[in-house]
Write a protein of this length. Structure first.
Length: 444
């Protein structure tokens, strides 16, 4: 039984919905009003996750903090929105006399750096000064977790990665930062009447504040592989915002260490998109370079398209990819023709592949001034959940595979895709559509 079939046969994961029925002379207590609140909250959460999905709605970017700057004005103290041991501002026990030197690394150089940082300018009798460790700031924003809870971060918060990282996970230099929904009681209130069925404390909290907690881990979070997020709840309610590489306890975090592409965009599902090509869109190649790119004479060459996740091998059918040559020249003499080609067989007998190679199989030659138009009918490419690949070539800026030299990356304006998180990929969130790209051919 496939994953999709299992989800269809599983029961609908929703609590029983019972609302309070009022009648004349009814005796109501705190439990009744609490259950009425629960009814309304569960309805809203069910509607949110079933109709709209979950993920980051806006904001919640992870940014590096300068080593000597204090918390920005107006930012929330993380301790005000998180229980102890879930945030950087929670009270921490005294450090041992010989702490680990860094996250994921030890050595004499790190020991010297720690000693120099602790000693400061005052020597052994001077004031003890400590360098600030790796810190990042989570900007204000809104997200919805997979249970339908709204996670609001007001004013942002600063996270000390070393303090927030669990002690048993400090043997790595790669960490993940996220936020999760939380609640805490506020506003102590003295009860007027005692509960007739149980002891009542002299002072009870009168309100529940919905807040957030910051989570930092050194273990890679498991992905949500469900095809349908409507009928079942996920197991992990933390919304991961960034992966930070090469973290050192005594060095500030740089912007190039922070990778925001682990964020889940808000929606019912994460579409499969095109993440890389082996040609530069709109570039001009020589005739020999174009032949080598198309695999005209080399069976191991061809056009390569890479995806963010696996696509079904059986959906790579003839006609899905098309190469059209628009001949150069002026006036009505110019013509077009289609270049024959085929998919290279994916290695192994896998059901899915994260890239394909398509090469020319005929001997038509290119001429000076030609334009080669490449069309991928991505609506016919199905992913693991049988959804179409979201293939709209937004701005023509899908990057080169393996980060090669790409002239399109040097264009002014629109440095980041519409989501605000790079690198660029195909897709608008609607799914399907046709991926189009081209390059030009010159004799020299």
């Amino acid at each position: 039984m496939t994953e999709t079939e299992t989800e269809r046969t599983a029961g609908f994961d929703a609590p029983p919905l019972r609302r309070l029925r009022y009648f004349h002379g009814q005796m109501l207590g705190a439990r009744d009003f609490q259950r009425e609140q629960d009814y309304l909250r569960e309805k809203l959460k069910l509607r949110m996750r079933a109709l709209l999905g979950y993920g980051v709605v806006c904001g919640l970017y992870v940014e590096p903090m300068p080593p000597d700057d204090d918390c920005p004005d107006g930012s929330d103290d993380t301790a005000a929105t998180a229980p102890p041991h879930d945030s950087t501002a929670s009270e921490e026990p005294e450090e041992p006399e010989e702490p680990e030197e860094s996250i994921g690394s030890t050595g004499s150089e790190e020991s010297a750096a720690r000693a120099a940082a602790d000693a400061g300018d005052g020597g052994t009798d001077g004031p003890r000064r400590r360098r600030r460790g790796p810190r990042v700031r989570i900007t204000p924003g809104l997200a919805v977790d997979c249970d339908g809870n709204e996670v609001v971060v007001r004013g942002g918060c600063v996270v000390d990665l070393w303090k927030a990282l669990p002690p048993d996970e400090r043997d790595t230099d790669t960490v993940w930062v996220g936020v999760a929904y939380a609640e805490r009681p506020v506003e102590p209130t003295r009860a007027v009447y005692n509960d007739g069925c149980a002891d009542t404390a002299d002072c009870e909290y009168g309100w529940t504040e919905e807040c957030h907690v910051v989570r930092v881990t050194g273990c890679e979070p498991p992905p949500d592989e469900r095809c349908d997020t409507c009928c079942s709840r996920c197991e992990h309610t933390v919304l991961w915002l960034a992966r930070i590489d090469c973290v050192n306890r005594y060095e500030p975090v740089r912007a190039d260490q922070i990778h925001l592409n682990v964020r889940r965009p808000f929606g019912r599902r994460v579409p499969t998109v095109i993440t890389g090509l082996n040609w530069i869109h709109g570039h001009t190649y020589t005739i020999d370079e174009a032949k080598a790119l198309l695999g005209t004479q080399d069976e191991d060459a061809g056009l390569v398209v890479r995806f963010s996740d696996g696509v079904r091998v059986d959906s790579l059918q003839p006609g899905v990819v098309e190469i059209q040559v628009i001949e150069g020249g002026s006036g009505r003499n110019a013509s077009t023709w289609y270049m024959g080609g085929e998919f290279a067989e994916p290695t192994g007998s896998a059901e899915f592949t994260d890239c394909f190679r398509y090469r020319q199989t005929t001997r038509e030659s290119l001429q000076d001034g030609d334009r080669v138009l490449i069309t991928v009918r991505s609506a016919f490419l199905l992913d693991r959940c049988c959804h179409p690949v979201d293939g709209t070539h937004v701005g023509g800026r899908v990057p080169l595979i393996d980060g090669g030299s790409d002239e399109s990356a040097e264009c002014d304006g629109c440095v980041l895709p519409p989501s605000g998180i790079g690198p660029w990929t195909s897709g608008t969130g609607a799914g399907g559509d046709v991926f189009e790209s081209w390059f030009f051919v010159k004799e020299r």
